[in-house]
Design a protein around this ligand. Sequence first.
Ligand SMILES: [Fe+2]
Length: 302
Amino acid sequence: MAAVFHPSINRRDFVKGGLAAIGAVVTLGGCASLGGRQSRKGPAATRWALLSDTHIPEDVDNNYRGFYPYRNLEKIVPEVIANAPDAAAITGDLARLAGKPGDYANLKKLLTPLAEQTPVFMALGNHDDRGNFQKTFDKLPGEKQSVSGKCVLVANAPPVRVIVLDSLFYVNKVPGLLGRAQRRWLAGYLKTSDNTPTILCFHHTLGDGDGDLLDLPRLYEIVAPVRKVKAIVYGHSHEYGFSKYKGIHLINLPATGYNFNDAEPVGWVEAKLRATGGDFILHATAGNTEQNGSEKHLTWRA
Ligand SMILES: [Fe+2]
């Protein structure tokens, strides 16, 4: 079956791949325009649905801490479709534990209705298997980059650019690593690309523990001086939160699959991304729903 992705060539100009991926091209009346108000200079904002840690199992009844990841995503996908974002991104741990083909088959089944409306960008996490993922999702949206052993995508989504990196190190082992080849690619890309405000997305957390992104200091060395890098969006912790490093906003997405403690929401985040900042609205569908609908407004560093 063809992979998930972008059905309409007119809807956004940031998806160069993936058109051949879907069996039937779907024409979306009235959807040719971008999200947000447009001017002659281009759109003022792009609206994204941000998800993480879907943990989709092969067995739809698989559950953890009372959460059913399959059912959670099954519930969330129509919400996201109703929200009509310009694109969606999932920051890894797509699969339940070890990235089995059956996990991805179910993920594809769940995402297809969304992918028929908008491109779905996916990063790989420690519970993913790159080979199995790529066999199931054989056409990916955006501009696929040539980085040895990694799956890297660029989405030119005016007025911002989103770079999806790959921090999968070992399947089903907690730590993450971008690795030398990917870091070199990123440094080179940031040097040669234009000054469009840039947002990085990947799976692993930005701490200094054994289970975090192991080459985070090297990543920070690359991105801290590059002023167009405005934010990093990631998952892994199954916690929702905002912090900063040298003016770069660090946005930790909640999981859609399950939380690790009762204080955390389960759900997704609606993002309105502008050239100067972003607005983030929490859609808490399970877990702690007290902050459902809460908004966070960020201003990018200059
Ligand atoms: Fe996870």
